[in-house]
Design a protein. Structure first.
Length: 411
């Protein structure tokens, strides 16, 4: 695939179908991630297989043979995971799935051009987010309309109303916007990624996209989401340019920050919903206890199993044991919210170091300024510390895309 495609080819239906599979048919969603209905899991595997075959047929596989930074890292990851399998005598099927996701992510990243990847993602996310905002309003104003939709149970035994293009849960004190995802914390990762793309990878920022993404972040009621989007805005304000368009964008960003602060200060209820979670020991709500233990327990597991980790099969037992040692009672891995420390705990130093390297490579694509790169790297660390995304196809694709040395779209 080249950057010089015609407009018709550049945004043909096949690219949207691929992103539909990446985002919608994903372990990040309710239907295909935490849904107790096994039929959805079978559908996911079938569609992944079809996508794999399609990409193999459409590609000459040169990206697998050619020596590049991305191919070297890809094979180094496979080698490091193989070391974990061998060292821990672990033949869990989870490794096959992990290999598969990495291969799919690598293939997809090479299938799209930079511009295609960003534009199709943003267009798809915009429609998804717009619909979720409509459902969020209906769920809060006319909840009886939501009650007519089928109820399904997730892996935590919570009831979720399945609208197909959006999920609604009335299990918590407040209705939170989770779109199609397994929880609001995952949705906010996609939203913040969309904001990153709009600000750092587009030649002309789409203010409509940005406004809708930020509005949706408010409706997730995620404390982490506000901290992360603030860091993204600060990073953007540090970009140096004399371009009038960029200067106008910065004024627009500052205006958004000002309005957001005013809204949060003026609304005691909104402020309470977003920030009162800090310090609460409510694991089911993804509280500070759950986040802290995901770091401490995983790092302790890693420190005792530095090179190859404990492996996929043993990890749940180790997590329960180490959390029990730390806080007096054991937690299951469903309470783990940190991708980065989990990678170190499960796979050890080699894969963990490569994972960090991929985040660094992604951040380097955003700017030539160290301060901006550092802030974007911090944003990525926070995003990957919010949920366990080891089995996310979007995450695998994003990490591989960040490695590819294509000329980025300049601001």
């Amino acid at each position: 695939m080249t950057e010089s495609k015609s407009i018709e080819e550049k945004y043909s239906l096949k690219y949207y179908v691929i992103f539909f599979i990446i985002i919608f048919i994903s372990d990040d969603t309710f239907n295909f991630g935490t849904n107790n209905n096994f039929v959805y899991i079978i559908i996911k595997y079938v569609l992944y297989l079809i996508l794999t075959v399609y990409l193999l047929l459409k590609s000459n596989l040169s990206f697998l043979i050619k020596v590049t930074k991305s191919s070297l890292v890809f094979y180094a990851i496979l080698l490091s995971i193989s070391g974990t399998i061998f060292f821990n005598f672990d033949i869990s099927g989870g490794y096959i799935y992990q290999f598969w996701l990495l291969f799919l992510g690598f293939s997809i990243a090479n299938f799209f051009s930079n511009e295609q990847f960003i534009d199709v993602y943003l267009r798809f996310l915009y429609v998804l987010t717009y619909l979720s905002l409509g459902v969020f309003i209906i769920a809060n104003v006319f909840p009886s309309i939501i009650y007519v939709f089928p109820v399904q149970i997730n892996s935590a035994e919570a009831n979720v109303y399945n609208l197909g293009f959006c999920m609604v849960s009335f299990e918590n004190a407040f209705v939170r916007n989770m779109s199609i995802f397994r929880e609001p914390g995952v949705f906010m990762i996609y939203l913040n990624l969309g904001i990153l793309f709009e600000l750092f990878f587009k030649s002309r920022m789409n203010k409509k996209h940005l406004f809708v993404f930020i509005a949706a972040i408010f409706t997730t009621l995620s404390t982490a989401a506000f901290i992360i989007v603030a860091a993204i805005f600060v990073a953007y304000l540090f970009t140096k340019t004399k371009d009038k368009l960029i200067l106008k964008n910065k004024v627009f960003i500052i205006s958004l920050i000002f309005v957001a602060v005013i809204v949060i200060i003026a609304s005691t209820e909104l402020r309470s919903m977003i920030f009162d979670k800090i310090g609460k020991d409510n694991i089911s709500d993804g509280s500070s206890l759950s986040r802290a233990i995901s770091v401490l327990a995983n790092l302790k597991i890693f420190s005792d199993n530095i090179f190859f980790g404990v492996g996929i099969k043993n990890y749940p037992l180790f997590f329960e044991k180490y959390t029990r040692d730390l806080i007096g009672f054991g937690l299951d891995v469903g309470n783990n919210t940190n991708t980065i420390t989990t990678v170190f705990a499960v796979y050890g130093f080699f894969f963990g170091a490569l994972f960090i390297f991929m985040l660094v490579s992604f951040s380097k694509k955003t700017s030539n300024l160290i301060i901006v790169r550092s802030l974007v790297f911090l944003v990525l660390i926070m995003l990957y510390s919010n949920e366990d995304l080891r089995y996310s196809l979007m995450s695998a694709t994003l990490l591989m895309w960040g490695l590819i040395n294509r000329k980025k779209t300049e601001n």
